[in-house]
Design a protein around this ligand. Structure first.
Ligand code: SF4
Length: 327
């Protein structure tokens, strides 16, 4: 069952220039994304930096207001909710940020940071609040005596544990993890990923796991969506993406990732150039200037996400019912 559904979600940031601040264009950060997140699953979202992943993650919680489109959470359209109703909804929808230090108020003690949401929503106060925060500290592998310390007294991994405890405090069901382990050392990354997986089992959590690192996404995700210039270009189970990806962009990302098995020979597809500007994306398939398989039609017509079973691919050449052959 879908916990969250996104329908044709768009987020454009207007660009203003000149003395009168006249609008001269838009940064098309998210450009018509439709997908659903099943209850209890981890949906990984991958793509190079600047492809719109984080904007999409923030739009899901309406930390950034979408320009258009619909977000439905537990069968309620949250894109229509007023401020108070949305604040209530955010108890169930939380986010863990990439930089745990920047996201924690340096002047607040850890106990206050974790308990803040419980207080704001009038869920607990006094001794009960303290007991609940203590329980959360131990749930994320921190010690009770760390309750009164400040964020700067913790390591990066510990700070991310504080971020996880804060997300859990209000009994969240859905958590956006936005590059949640990217800033950490590899050994600490593994600890936080294991913690997130244990908590998912214990509290029946659903994750929207954003990362530029395919290795991490493969490790944690049930399904993977690949994003390029504001659009989903491929989506499938994690196994399918890693064993049988079809979209040339996904294959290029995979070929650039390290292969842990020395007996497995990786196909090498080199990505040409940089990600084009989202202000003026290329015509047709926005990947065509970098794609070694591009045909004439690729610059003329935008390929739509088409499905073969649960495997969605947006490509004229490798998508289901492709209209052009690779050679
Ligand atoms: Fe490459 Fe064309 Fe497919 Fe786009 S539609 S990924 S340019 S082959």
């Amino acid at each position: 069952m879908a916990l969250l559904e996104i329908k044709n979600l768009v987020k454009y940031f207007p660009i203003a220039a000149g003395f009168f601040g006249r609008k001269t264009g838009d940064v098309k950060a998210v450009d018509g994304v439709s997908l659903s997140v099943e209850d209890g699953e981890t949906l990984g979202l991958v793509g190079e930096s600047g492809c719109g992943k984080s904007t999409l993650g923030r739009c899901l919680l309406r930390l950034i207001e979408p320009t258009s489109g619909e977000i439905v959470f537990e069968n309620e359209k949250i894109t229509d909710m007023d401020f108070d109703r949305m604040r209530e909804m955010r108890r169930k929808m939380q986010i863990i940020f990439q930089d745990p230090y920047a996201s924690l108020n340096p002047r607040m003690r850890v106990g206050e940071i974790i308990g803040e949401g419980l207080q704001i929503h009038g869920i607990a106060s006094g001794d009960e609040l303290k007991d609940r925060v203590m329980a959360l500290l131990s749930k994320v592998g921190l010690r009770e005596e760390q309750y009164g310390r400040y964020p700067h007294e913790f390591s990066g991994g510990q700070r991310q544990r504080i971020g996880v405890a804060r997300a859990l405090a209000l009994n969240a069901k859905f958590i956006v993890a936005d590059e949640a382990v990217s800033a950490l050392d590899v050994s600490i990354q593994a600890q936080i990923l294991n913690l997130l997986q244990d908590l998912q089992e214990e509290f029946d959590l659903t994750y929207f796991f954003i990362s530029h690192d395919l290795r991490i996404v493969e490790h944690v995700s049930d399904r993977v969506a690949v994003m390029y210039l504001g659009k989903i270009v491929e989506i499938a189970s994690a196994d399918q993406i890693y064993a049988d990806s079809q979209h040339p962009y996904t294959r290029a990302l995979l070929s650039a990732a390290p292969v842990p098995d020395p007996t497995r020979k990786a196909e090498r597809i080199v990505l040409q150039g940089d990600v084009p500007s989202p202000i003026n994306p290329p015509s047709g398939c926005s990947f065509h200037p970098r794609c070694q398989f591009a045909k004439k039609i690729c610059a003329e017509e935008e390929p739509q996400l088409a499905y073969d079973g649960d495997h969605g691919i947006a490509c004229h050449v490798f998508g289901p019912g492709a209209i052009v052959k690779p050679n």
